[in-house]
Design a protein around this ligand. Sequence first.
Ligand SMILES: CC(C)(COP(=O)(O)OP(=O)(O)OC[C@H]1O[C@@H](n2cnc3c(N)ncnc32)[C@H](O)[C@@H]1OP(=O)(O)O)[C@@H](O)C(=O)NCCC(=O)NCCS
Length: 378
Amino acid sequence: MSATTYPNYSPGLEGVVAGVSTISQIDAPRSSLTYRGIDVHDLAEKGSFEETSYLLLHGKLPNAAQLSEFKKTLGEEREVPAAIYDVLRALPKNTHPMDMIRTAYSALAPFDPDYTRNDHDANMRKAIRIIAKAGTMVANGHRIRKGLDIVKPDPSLSTAGNFLYILNGTKADEYTEKVMDASLTLYAEHGFNASTFANRVTVSTLSDLYSGVVTGIGTLRGPLHGGANEEAMHMILEIGEPSNAEKWIRDALANKKKVMGFGHREYKNGDSRAFYMTKQAKDIGRRMGNTKYGDIADILEKVMLEEKNLYPNVDFPAAYAYYLLGIPIDLYTPIFVIARVSGYTAHAIEQLDNNRIIRPTVIYEGLNNVPFIPISER
Ligand SMILES: CC(C)(COP(=O)(O)OP(=O)(O)OC[C@H]1O[C@@H](n2cnc3c(N)ncnc32)[C@H](O)[C@@H]1OP(=O)(O)O)[C@@H](O)C(=O)NCCC(=O)NCCS
């Protein structure tokens, strides 16, 4: 990369305003996040992922009748065409679940009854189908790679409950379902993060919602974004015991290692979602009589703050919360997908409702006036 600086160029687009949105707001100095003006902590604690999805799509919370109708539609739309499972079965057994869910959405698009339509009303229907099928596809995708039978989705359960039911083949207890539900709410939406922005770029060409979701998932997969929750858990397991934590993290920093689950482009005083998720993760640990991961986390957080002035992001506590709930590590980022498709679709619809193609410009630093040398002379 060039060492030259340009007045109108911000590497990584840091601080660049790339659009206008009414969906969510990050207030970095106050470490707060609101969806449509409502504090995400209130939604996680007092609401549900279904209310959150409705809020993101419609702009306001549903009343009781609207919520009941929304849940009914989500329940009815959970089933996935058998052909999607055939596609997933055809993938190599070592396929990462993020590649499975990305592929599943790609294959799903032509099955949507509104496949050829891209108007607002059709897109609202597509959004609900996209949200409804996520948990079914992630959980049954996992069953397929483990050689287990497909489990039919249960329309009477919540999004979190249905995912856990298919994953484990038995219904989750109320506490586990609530923790999962709250984590989906926290993961549902986050402004112009890399994957949501990529999703908006895709639909801004007047491409469809499924293409936007596929773009989003491909972008979310990387460890600097959604993939951080899986990497954070591998790191915690490598550390193993609280007594190893301080030396491990100091060595990592001395070796200029990126510590996954720490830092954020926008939050410099801490990620609001991480505060909530840490509370949850510690609570799970206490209930299970296993506070080891919380203790490791405390040491890493202390050293990271002292040495780098960096706070954990939501992926750090989510990682050991999911681990304590017995969820396979490579499903952590796909769980993020189950939640974030509600944000992706809300953003795609907002983009398409007032569209202009997103097409930035680039500074050229390459060669000029290079003669074409015939192939015989090269
Ligand atoms: C999230 C992230 C990609 C933001 O990147 P960014 O805004 O470009 O931040 P920068 O890379 O400019 O970070 C500023 C400084 O903090 C350091 N830093 C940032 N995150 C770090 C981390 N997790 N571990 C160690 N150092 C980190 C950078 O190396 C940089 O130091 P330098 O100025 O000495 O070079 C980055 O913090 C990161 O890679 N975190 C780990 C991955 C992660 O958890 N992602 C999930 C995000 S929700």
